[in-house]
Ligand binder design. Structure first.
Ligand code: SF4
Length: 337
């Protein structure tokens, strides 16, 4: 059983986990909120280390990541468990799965890197369930992957602590973080968490040199007011920079949230235009098939740089990192070093 990182021993065989901002105190024989970190006689164990529930080779656009190795494949892995309990979770069958009875298979880190390379992928993504709670495994695999020249991606809710994120920083290339809303009330009621730690980790990821993209699922009646969206966009521009790609995605009823309809495209387009007007260089819409706001446009001359259809990309007017029409430098990671 794999010894966990990021915890302290307490009295009476209890432990305190400092991997995510729940900072659970866990008694002997019990699990933390995520359901995958267990106290065994005063020592914290990472129960899902090396255990995967899902493996796929995805276009990186599916994460979605539009400015990190665009047009390439990403070898993608997931396990089970989550430290959030979102009512609208789209991957609830793995995020809410329990260790006992879960369909998991072993994949040692070095084997994962080999499979990634053999698949023709340019990166490894830890995705499908929350990677933070799997910490030790992506950390080991990511270090090997980086040495082989692969990119590394977290698709995350951003609830990781500062100390854990700093531990990941030497190996992690991209931090694709959900900004689910811009109110503490939403985080508390819908996810069982708090807003500020998510903002802090997004900002720290940027400061640590990671490529950051955000995703906001716009849910009718919960976070779709223009006032809230404007505050969120302004925060990103100020703290992560106007070059940060922000994805605004349509909600579709799922899991326990079946009491409202899908997000109207008009709402998303209004948010897109507001983001542009506020000075964000690369807003995007998601879950809206064949919408032109999935394309990348030059922020200076508005030329279409990358055209997207579903998850496929066509480079139209991009030479390396430059718009071929006006020469504007575009903030996009084409290669990892
Ligand atoms: S990773 Fe799990 S055990 Fe650790 S603080 Fe977060 S929810 Fe609690």
């Amino acid at each position: 059983m794999h010894e966990a990182h990021q915890y302290a021993k307490l009295e009476n065989n209890a432990v305190k986990c400092s991997l995510c901002n729940h900072r659970c105190t866990i008694q002997d024989g019990k699990y933390g909120i995520c359901g995958v970190r267990m106290n065994r006689q005063g020592s914290l164990k990472a129960m899902t280390y090396g255990k995967i529930s899902a493996e796929a080779v995805d276009p990186i656009e599916k994460k979605p990541l539009f400015h990190y190795l665009p047009g390439t494949l990403s070898y993608s892995l997931g396990s089970i468990g989550c430290n959030f309990h979102c009512e609208h979770c789209q991957n609830w069958h793995i995020s809410r799965a329990e260790l006992e009875g879960a369909m998991l298979r072993e994949l040692p880190p070095a084997e994962g890197v080999k499979r990634a390379i053999a698949s023709g992928s340019k990166s490894i993504s830890w995705t499908y369930n929350e990677p933070t709670i799997w910490h030790e495994y992506p950390l080991d695999m990511g270090s090997l992957a980086k040495a082989k020249g692969l990119g590394t991606v977290y698709v995350t809710n951003g609830y990781i602590t500062e100390e854990a994120l700093r531990e990941l920083a030497p190996m992690l290339g991209a931090f694709r973080v959900d900004l689910k809303a811009f109110t503490d009330d939403f985080y508390k009621k819908i996810c069982g968490a708090k807003l500020q730690p998510v903002l802090d980790s997004a900002q720290l990821a940027k400061e640590l040199g990671m490529h950051v993209e955000t995703v906001t699922l716009v849910i009718p009646g919960l976070n779709d007011s223009m006032e809230e969206q404007e505050k969120l966009i302004r925060w990103v521009i100020e703290h992560l920079g106007p070059e940060t790609p922000m994805h605004f995605s349509a909600f579709h009823p799922d899991y326990k949230m079946l009491d409202r309809g899908a997000t109207p495209v008009a709402t998303l387009e209004k948010i897109y235009k507001k983001a542009k007007a506020l000075g964000l260089r690369f807003p995007y819409l998601g879950n809206v098939p064949r919408n032109s706001y999935e394309n990348t446009y030059c922020p200076h001359c508005n030329t279409t740089l990358i055209e997207r259809q579903g998850f496929s990309s066509r480079f139209v007017a991009l030479d390396g990192n430059q718009c071929t029409n006006c020469g504007e430098k575009i903030e996009i990671v084409r290669h990892v070093s």
